[in-house]
Design a protein around this ligand. Structure first.
Ligand SMILES: Cc1ncc(C[n+]2csc(CCOP(=O)(O)OP(=O)(O)O)c2C)c(N)n1
Ligand SMILES: [Mg+2]
Length: 567
């Protein structure tokens, strides 16, 4: 079998069932992109910045649960992609990132755009490599697919020098292999874990996206219900448990130990599944649990178990089969009074949760005539009109609690949040979700700040007719930074003062409706209560992508811009 490496790669991707590539081209990738023209089964989604390509592929991988392919240019392209690749690594997204390079033969020349690309990619990938010889091109590609797709999943970078691809490739094509990771737990460990959990007075459960990746949501819910245990997300971004379940308590938070510590100190027995304790920006350096508390950890990621805090029983096993086995063992250990107590806890937590929600909804209602708008006024109308099968990408950040209060995520695979900390995942993520989900309605929520990192994603939505409904929560500010600095002020004993003007985006005003139109996307700016309903209806009725620029309240001071801070 003789053809150039450019064709061989395309054949390999086709054999692996790759339907979409998210990319941005350069000269050193020309041969591959030229070959791709002859493979109509693979759709190339053209993005105008590499971070958009990676974040779209990241969302596509999350939606399809399979390795997704992105193509980027050499050193400047990889530079643009790094933040998004970091995001994919933190979130364990199975990405195969194909990066161009002019050629191995030029390595000694210090040619333009030459760099140690593999070294650049290494800290933000599970594996980074460069193909060194035409005889191993497809071998490396298949290994990249396998490494990316094997738990714990993660992004892989493969540098493809053009001279290697120009050469004749004789390797045979056969599908890449991803091993099954449904590894069963040792029955003895399960028995010990069940004994410990059955003896708990206040069992607590902490979960991450390892639950969703294993498809273990039902088993998690069963174990939690048997125990009457609160379930907390430890900076998770997938739907690991329906938000409207009485035992789902929300996130421990991604920033401060001060927020998570009061939660993690509640339990006498802690069960951690599919995450590590604790993925925060400012984590607790001391113990996070109550004195004498005991911890069980189930994960397919050996790095996560006992990473920062003591674990008594740790199992490297698949969450779905392990939680199922644990539930069965618990059944035989929980007597009638314990079951009764669990039922009472569920009822109490459910009541407290619906009371809290009612108070918040009443507060939303009390502010429903306010202008600038309260995001809840918009969200209430959106929730009433959204089709039940809509898939949501949530990068609404400070408006995310409002979003989920009005539309509690329920169905597995219908709700994706940003994770990892790199802003801009929603506008690009909408592209990936729509490419993956086809007929299902996709709605992507973003902050105004987040949207500006990847605004050119709108162009790609129009270009490829990816029917994403975009909602921009336009509060004229980096609101999250305004909220976070208050924690800093209190820790540093600094009296409250006006927010840094660098957190204020109010001048010049960002008109996302105009930006969308300039890229060929239909859009409406929503500023008053009366405009909300018709705007949502227009967006949902439109066949094709649509943007709603929702202008909402914010702590903004356009009069101080250029005055304070020596500007
Ligand atoms: C790439 C990147 N740059 C900067 C930050 C720091 N940062 C975190 S939150 C935030 C503000 C986000 O603002 P916006 O998207 O408007 O949401 P809001 O806080 O207003 O709800 C910034 C700048 C980041 N997380 N990622
Ligand atoms: Mg904002």
């Amino acid at each position: 079998m003789e053809r150039s490496g450019h064709y061989a790669i395309a054949e390999q991707l086709q054999a692996d069932g790759v339907k979409h590539i998210f990319g941005n081209p350069g000269t050193v990738e020309q041969g591959f992109l030229d070959a791709l023209e002859d493979f109509p089964s693979i759709k190339y989604i053209l993005t105008l910045q590499e971070s958009v390509a990676i974040m779209a592929a990241d969302a596509y991988a999350r939606a399809t649960r399979k390795p997704a392919v992105a193509q980027i240019h050499s050193s400047p392209g990889l530079g643009n992609a790094i933040g998004a690749m970091y995001q994919a690594m933190r979130g364990h997204s199975p990405l195969v990132v194909l990066g161009g390079d002019s050629g191995i033969r030029y390595q000694a020349m210090d040619a333009q755009m030459a760099a140690d690309l593999v070294a650049m990619a290494r800290p933000v990938t599970k594996w980074a490599t460069m193909v060194q010889h035409p005889s191993s091109l497809l071998r490396v590609l298949r290994r990249a697919m396998k490494v990316a797709g094997t738990a714990p999943m993660g992004p892989v970078y493969v540098c493809l020098p053009q001279d290697i691809l120009d050469a004749i490739a004789t390797e045979e094509v056969f599908p890449s292999f991803v091993p099954v990771s449904r590894s069963h737990p040792d029955p003895e460990f399960i028995a010990r874990a069940a004994d410990l959990l059955a003896s708990a007075t206040t069992p607590m459960i902490y979960v991450g996206d390892g639950v969703a990746y294993s498809g273990a949501q039902t088993e998690l819910t069963r174990v939690a219900e048997l125990l009457g245990a609160q379930v907390w997300g430890a900076d998770s971004g997938e739907l690991n448990m329906p938000y409207d379940h009485p035992l789902w308590q929300g996130q421990t938070g991604h920033m401060f130990a001060a927020q998570s510590r009061p939660i993690t100190q509640r339990g006498d027995v802690n069960l951690v599944v599919g995450t590590y304790m604790l993925p925060e920006v400012f984590p607790e350096l001391g113990d996070i649990y109550a004195p004498g508390a005991r911890t069980i950890h189930i994960d397919l990621n050996p790095d996560s178990i006992a990473k920062n805090h003591a674990v008594e029983i740790g199992m490297l096993a698949d969450p779905k089969v392990t939680l199922a086995a644990l539930a069965t063992e618990l059944e035989s250990r929980l007597d009638a009074p314990k079951r009764e107590r669990a039922m009472q806890t569920i009822a109490q937590l459910g009541l407290a949760k619906s009371d809290r929600r009612k108070v918040e909804l009443d507060q939303d209602l009390a502010r429903s005539n306010a202008v600038p708008l309260n995001f809840a006024t918009f969200m209430a109308e959106m929730a009433a009109r959204l089709p039940t099968d809509a898939v949501i990408f949530d990068e609404a950040l400070t408006n995310s609690p409002t979003l989920t209060r009005h539309r509690p995520p329920h169905d597995i695979g219908s709700f994706f949040q940003t994770r990892g900390g790199s802003l801009g995942s929603s506008l690009a993520g909408g592209l990936g979700l729509k490419a993956a989900f086809g007929d299902k309605p996709v709605v992507a929520f973003s902050g105004d700040g987040g949207a500006m990192y990847v605004i050119q994603a709108l162009w790609s939505a129009v270009r490829h007719n990816l029917d994403v409904k975009y909602v921009i929560c336009n509060n004229g500010s980096y609101r999250l930074l305004q909220l976070n600095i208050q924690q800093f002020w209190s820790e540093q004993k600094i009296a409250g003062r006006p927010f840094p003007i660098s957190f204020d985006l109010s001048y010049p005003k960002l008109h996302f409706d105009v930006m969308a139109k300039s890229m060929g996307m239909e859009s409406i700016r929503v500023e008053t209560v009366e405009q909300i309903g018709p705007a949502i209806e227009a967006a949902l009725a439109h066949s094709g992508p649509f943007l709603l620029d929702v202008v909402i309240e914010g702590d903004v001071h356009p009069e101080l811009i250029g005055v304070r801070c020596g500007q």
